[in-house]
Design a protein around this ligand. Structure first.
Ligand SMILES: Cc1cc2nc3c(=O)[nH]c(=O)nc-3n(C[C@H](O)[C@H](O)[C@H](O)COP(=O)(O)OP(=O)(O)OC[C@H]3O[C@@H](n4cnc5c(N)ncnc54)[C@H](O)[C@@H]3O)c2cc1C
Length: 302
């Protein structure tokens, strides 16, 4: 039960009530957030967290919603979207980026400044904060490779700076996930290289993404993590599931580890396909599949 009206308590911050999230989620599914806020500064984000904590209101911090399934029943409490915390600058080899900046712009900004290290992120959907939280990666690179430190807020809105050693990065996870911290800024340490060389690598990575991924349809990227020694997509297709559709959601015919929204899917269609994959792959290949996407909202174990 929400016992605080954020709109009255924090009038200087852009906040909406009962705000639909399917319109902004990459997969285009899900219900409404009780409250949805777009802080412009770290101070505003801290004020939101403090107010929510003091009033025991559940909090979710999201970036571009490219790696989440939002419950059809919506999200209880306060959802903070970081997209307006999006400053970017370069100082020598260091690139500073606000948590809401999208990784595609960050990798292009690095290229413009003749700084190498983020070529892997060409074409990667999602924000800086989401990339740090997920330790996103592609084409032999990942977020942790070039990260120097991140600035975060804890659940009470208190600020901290964490170095690479504090972050305990592993495949698609970090201390940010385990310790419930919220990223406000990331600092990458990059190395000099010519714009042309960087651009070539980025174009190549983009091309590979276009060839392999069903980018013409709404999705949330790879649904399952890569189990050690296997490829998730191959396990799914070897289990005879590629192309299977439930409601408006389908295990993509182009990349079986993507669930695409082909026809006005509900979050429940995504969840039913996830269950089907887990059961069938375990039964037919003996492999336990672990979710990469995060399930957010009422009735989901997030
Ligand atoms: C077409 C497509 C292709 C993709 N390809 C790849 C790929 O090649 N490699 C890869 O790794 N991923 C890939 N993804 C998944 C996604 O791009 C990444 O996981 C991305 O980093 C998520 O960022 P986001 O801002 O969208 O996070 P969201 O989806 O908004 O959130 C994801 C999780 O991060 C948390 N989070 C977001 N921002 C913050 C913050 N500031 N502080 C703390 N926690 C935060 C959220 O609470 C949530 O649990 C793909 C997705 C799509 C749709």
């Amino acid at each position: 039960m929400i016992i605080v009206n954020f709109i009255e308590q924090l009038p200087e911050i852009e906040i909406y009530k009962d705000a639909p999230l399917d319109e902004i989620a990459f997969a285009q599914v899900g219900g409404a957030a009780d409250f949805l806020a777009f802080p412009r500064t770290e101070k505003q984000m801290s004020d939101l967290l403090k107010t929510a904590f003091q009033n025991q209101v559940p909090i979710h911090v999201l970036g571009q919603l490219s790696d989440v399934v939002i419950s059809d029943l919506g999200v209880e409490g306060l959802v903070i979207i970081t997209e307006k915390i999006n400053q970017m600058r370069v100082e020598g080899p260091l690139l500073f980026a606000g948590s809401g900046k999208d990784m595609i712009s960050v990798s292009e900004f690095a290229m413009q400044n003749e700084l190498s290290g983020l070529e892997w992120a060409a074409g990667l959907p999602g924000s800086v904060g989401g990339a740090v939280y997920m330790n996103a990666g592609a084409y032999s690179g990942m977020t942790s490779d070039n990260l120097k430190y991140v600035r975060v807020l804890d659940i009470k809105g208190e600020e901290k700076t964490l170095t690479l050693d504090d972050l305990h990065f592993e495949y698609r996870t970090s201390a940010i996930q385990r310790d419930t911290l919220f990223v406000t800024e990331a600092v990458f340490e990059l190395s000099p290289k010519s714009k042309e060389e960087i651009r070539l690598k980025m174009d190549d990575n983009n091309q590979r993404r276009i060839l392999k991924q069903p980018l013409h349809l709404p999705s949330n990227g790879s649904v399952f993590k890569r189990p050690e020694g296997y490829y998730a997509g191959k396990l799914i297709s070897d289990s005879g599931l590629q192309g299977v559709q439930i409601g408006g959601a389908q295990l993509s015919t182009k990349h079986a580890n993507f669930i695409v929204n082909v026809d006005g899917a509900k979050a429940q269609d995504y969840l039913d396909l996830i269950d089907l994959v887990k059961h069938r792959v375990l039964e037919s290949q003996g492999v336990k599949m672990e979710l990469e996407v995060k399930l957010i909202g009422r009735g989901l174990n997030d």
